[in-house]
Ligand binder design. Sequence first.
Ligand code: ACO
Length: 437
Amino acid sequence: MEKEVLSIVDKRNGSTYEVPIHHGTIRAMDLRQIKTGPDDFGLMTYDPAFMNTASCKSAITFIDGDKGILRYRGYPIEQLAEKCSFLEVAYLVLFGELPSDPQLKEWVGAITHHTMLHETTKHFLEGFRYDAHPMGMLVSTVAALSTVYPDARNIHDPQVRKLQIMRLIGKMPTIAAYTYRHSLGLPYVYPDNDFSYSENFMNMLWKMTEPKYAANPVLARALDILFILHADHEQNCSANVMRSVGSSHADPFLSTAAAAAALSGPLHGGANEEVLKMLDQIGSKDKIPAYIAKVKAGEFKLMGFGHRIYKNYDPRASVIKWAADKVFEVTGRNPKLDIALELERIALEDDYFVKRKLYPNVDFYSGIIYQAMGFKPEIFTVLFAIPRTAGWLAQWQELLEDGEQKIARPRQVYTGYEARDFVPMEKRGVPAATATP
Ligand code: ACO
């Protein structure tokens, strides 16, 4: 096959360049040779918010946003959601292949034996105010685990890395459940090794005085499916933070805490909580047209709609709608579903949303299921962070094993002052009212 090459003519001086194309990309560093003279730094690209920049090569997750396709390690998300457990999918995402039966048993056993928190970590959680947001508690507690496991700093040893991965995946539900119990003033429930990953999480959340908690199997399976859907999503905001912080060789607890902090924002994982607030605010179906009119007037965004990559239906939202039916058979129908369905119907027929290719994303329906299952909206993003930990850690491992990666350090286009001399206080005058920094 003929080599794929991009020819560039620099009209400033007539110079021509040949730049190789690989995987539909050119290397930004290949542009540095394009100069007007020896003092010229060379050409850079300008790409705020990484709209058209690949920051890494990755073999973990494939998304075709135009076709609405999501695959982990090549397997369609719909098949994984139907046939696998979350821990099986976490193994796939982390290690590249579906586990064999003995591999899965060993993996599940290892995760199950890493669910306990050090008692000092429990005391640390007790220090939060009664009304602390669960995401703030989660982010801080995950960061605090770095002090409990100083061995985690040895990021170059694959065995040490694997141990931290098992610790993080094992402990996330425990931290999440403790943040929930803390906000309700309830005593913490210790992990129970008899249960599956999702059942144990439900046990730590909802066990009261009964000697043994019995998770509803339909709800436990629905939670597992929701975890599968949220396990990874390639280079999203929080994955990019994971890689960026990880590239400085910070330990995985600190990198994961940073990624979780990014997830908490309302434009990212925080959107599921915002969707519920929005549905409450709308209140009834007849108020939807007026609400949509305000969205179109630019007053606010329709939460749970739109995506940087998907310009089609988010495949995760389709699976969630299917899982919602199963959940509602147990819990009764969440009345917010009717408002959401009508909102989706009206939005998808409206020119504003059609032209911009705005479809429901994963967060649009997840909150409605979570609420029907008994979760309060403040914990929705924590429910997202639990499974996404597998994806963050897979991205982190891939980064560390990639010989092309270095510490992440973007360039900037400087638009400030040229060099100027210091002005002493007595000569600065009265600043303009708007000049306060
Ligand atoms: N409601 C109304 N208009 C929207 C919405 C929305 N939810 N999303 C995008 N638009 C509009 C923008 O105003 C813009 O319109 P314009 O061309 O007239 O200026 C156009 O659609 C393109 O939107 P961008 O903001 O350029 O899209 P971007 O890729 O930067 O943003 C994002 C993606 C952040 C997800 C955005 O769609 C949004 O804010 N959605 C609501 C929050 C949300 O649901 N986030 C969860 C995403 S999924 C996840 O992170 C797990």
